[in-house]
Design a protein around this ligand. Sequence first.
Ligand code: UDP
Length: 254
Amino acid sequence: MKRRRQIYEGKAKILYEGPEPGTVIQYFKDDTTAFDATKKATLDGKGVLNNRISEYLMSQLNAIGVPTHFVRRLNMREQLVKEVEIIPLEVVVRNIAAGSLAKRLGIDEGTPLPRSIIEYFYKNDKLHDPWVSEEHITAFGWAAPQDLDDMVNLSIRINDFLSGLFMGVGIKLVDFKLEFGRLWENDYMRIVLADEISPDSCRLWDAQSNEKMDKDRFRRDLGGVVEAYSEVAKRLGIMPESVQGEVKGPVLVR
Ligand code: UDP
């Protein structure tokens, strides 16, 4: 295989130079981290599942006219995406109280919110991704007021669409994190959805039992992480042919 230039290695993904200018390859690793990367593990098959789930969700969003960086899946672990300038914000959309919101404001986890809430976190590992307001974002120039407006409008559409999509397969979309990028087309710039949407970046609860089907299984040592992600893929109707039996090396052909 031709050697490719690595652009960036993150906690769960690697970015490689794409086959043509303006493209990037996203490689989904099995590595997972939590609590500022103080907790780490490798979960066999997680990368394959997230690649599939994110492909599916991004394609569905593209189909309803939400602009995303996603182009196509290339193989089990890689997808081709458009090169964008990532806006250094994590945009979190919440429907039900959980995680940091439940803790910060003393609301019982599982309490439905009076309306969907959008929060912003400044992407900065050294500062542990602090919570920031629109005032900080525009004052420090991380995003212009118009960019922020686009991100909010897209986040609301994404939340409405994904909440319905997941509810249709018996899953509550509790909250999720989005990242956006600036896509340059000649002199024209638009804000598009980037990164991934997967059980690593969403809280997904079984609609009947409220059982967790997301990364909280890892964060909270509940076990069965890959099994839960598989169940999400299965319910979405996109179960990959073989995750557990992913070919790891040469196999004897009989
Ligand atoms: N999230 C994420 N990456 C982060 C932080 C949060 O994908 O670095 C997701 C998380 O999985 C959850 C949502 O964003 O679906 C809200 O997370 P929260 O603020 O409650 O923080 P946490 O409890 O994960 O620390």
